[in-house]
Design a binder for this molecule. Structure first.
Ligand code: FAD
Length: 376
């Protein structure tokens, strides 16, 4: 019998393998990944600089140990170039591989916005990016971060704690504007400013010109920012090309239903590359739920993924935040529930039910209680 082939050794690929093994000790599994396959937790990438961690210290389990523990065939440093659906075969840099069922857990690429000039722009989306960026930080004093969203703010907090002078540049009006209401987002500004972060909202970086050791960035309002290093954190785009080339249905991500099944009944997708019933959910908790459901589906059970309320925790220790975001078109409005060393806000639908929340500072620890209120 041909194996289940899992493509990708990130959180999605490895969580699925673990869940599959819990249900079925014998089913043959092959895991193909273009990186080393070493297991790490990606969220640690944005709070490891202050702890002075090397990339190697972030590895939780080596690829070889994972393969032994979970009994799968590992093909690391192997890139899949094409999916030949008619033959249920993959073209890889290590030769052809046949599959019974194929799972795409291939993640997302950092979005690159064009910047004129000669800057080397970094992004940190995996262990090797982290290693390169960390290496570059040696001897540097200042970092300009393009993007004041969740990841940009986490890096700003971490790098400022590590002693770097940080500038955050974002065309939006305030931090983490895609997830937080304005009153909550603005609460982050002062505590990070106190750590040495300078905010540049309402403008984007247009160009970066080399000046001795670092760069001068020119923003859209012609103001300038100096920094030794430029880090881009403007978002991620699901990796869909492989699926698109194979003729699978693709929208923003690889389109799958609540069984995580694509438009080909032998091919499934989860994690940052997937769009589940029209929603991309590039966070740890949805991946866990999707992996559990997909393991059942691949083991022949009747199953589908359902998502409970899943708050997002923002790792900004200078001012902690937890948010249960609401869709852009959700009917209702935000209300302030309490204010102190932070703010507690709820999103209420027209019937008066709470369907989202934003908790900052001293209120961030109330997320379980607020989730329970939403569920009720
Ligand atoms: C800095 C940072 C901090 C974060 N913090 C949080 C947080 O605090 N909380 C939270 O919930 N979420 C957080 N996230 C999001 C979360 O980490 C991701 O949603 C999750 O790790 C994605 O896992 P994945 O397996 O889908 O993708 P990835 O981890 O990107 O894995 C993709 C895998 O596919 C492989 N691959 C890709 N293409 C090919 C190919 N053609 N052939 C072979 N292999 C291929 C890659 O080598 C890799 O192994 C954070 C993300 C970042 C970047």
């Amino acid at each position: 019998m041909n194996p289940i082939v899992v493509l990708g050794s990130g959180l999605a690929g490895y969580t699925l393998v673990r869940e599959l093994r819990k249900l079925n000790g014998d089913i043959p599994i092959t895991l193909v990944t273009r990186d080393s396959g070493d297991y790490y937790s990606k969220p640690t990438l944005s709070n490891a600089f202050a702890q002075k961690k090397e990339a190697a210290n972030l590895v939780l389990t080596s690829a070889r140990a994972m393969a032994e523990q979970q009994k799968f065939t590992l093909l690391s440093n192997t890139e899949v170039r094409a999916i030949r659906r008619d033959d249920k075969q993959l073209d890889t840099t290590s030769g052809a591989i046949e599959y019974e069922n194929l799972v795409l857990a291939i993640g997302a690429d950092p979005i690159r916005i064009p910047l004129q000039g000669d800057a080397e722009v970094f992004s940190v989306n995996d262990l090797s990016d982290y290693a390169r960026f960390r290496d570059k930080l040696n001897g540097a004093k200042s970092v300009a971060i393009m993007g004041g969203g969740l990841i940009g703010c986490e890096f700003a907090n971490d790098l400022a704690l590590a002693g770097y002078k940080v500038s955050v540049i974002d065309p939006g009006p305030y931090p983490i504007a895609s997830l937080l209401p304005e009153q909550a987002g603005r609460r982050l500004m002062e505590p990070l400013k106190d750590l040495g972060v300078t905010w540049h909202f309402g403008k984007a970086a247009e160009r970066a010109d080399a000046t001795g050791q670092g760069y001068t960035l020119t923003l859209t309002d012609q103001s300038t920012v100096s920094a030794d290093i430029v880090l881009s954190a403007v978002g991620l785009r699901p990796r869909t090309q492989l699926a698109k080339d194979a003729g699978l249905s693709v929208s923003r991500g690889i389109s799958v239903d609540e069984r995580l099944q694509s438009s080909d009944k032998s091919i499934f997708a989860l994690g940052d590359c997937a769009e589940i019933n029209g929603r991309t959910m590039p966070y740890v908790l949805p991946i866990m739920h999707a992996a559990r459901a997909l393991a059942k589906v691949l083991s022949g059970e009747v199953a589908k993924v359902t998502f409970p309320y899943m708050p997002v925790v923002v790792k900004t220790p200078a001012h902690p935040i937890a948010v249960l975001p609401v869709g852009r078109d959700a009917a209702g409005s935000w209300k302030v529930l309490e204010e102190g060393q932070g703010i507690k806000m709820g999103f209420f639908n027209p019937e008066g039910g709470m369907t989202g929340f934003a908790l900052t500072g001293e209120y961030a620890k109330e997320r379980s209680e607020m989730t329970a209120r939403c569920t009720a």
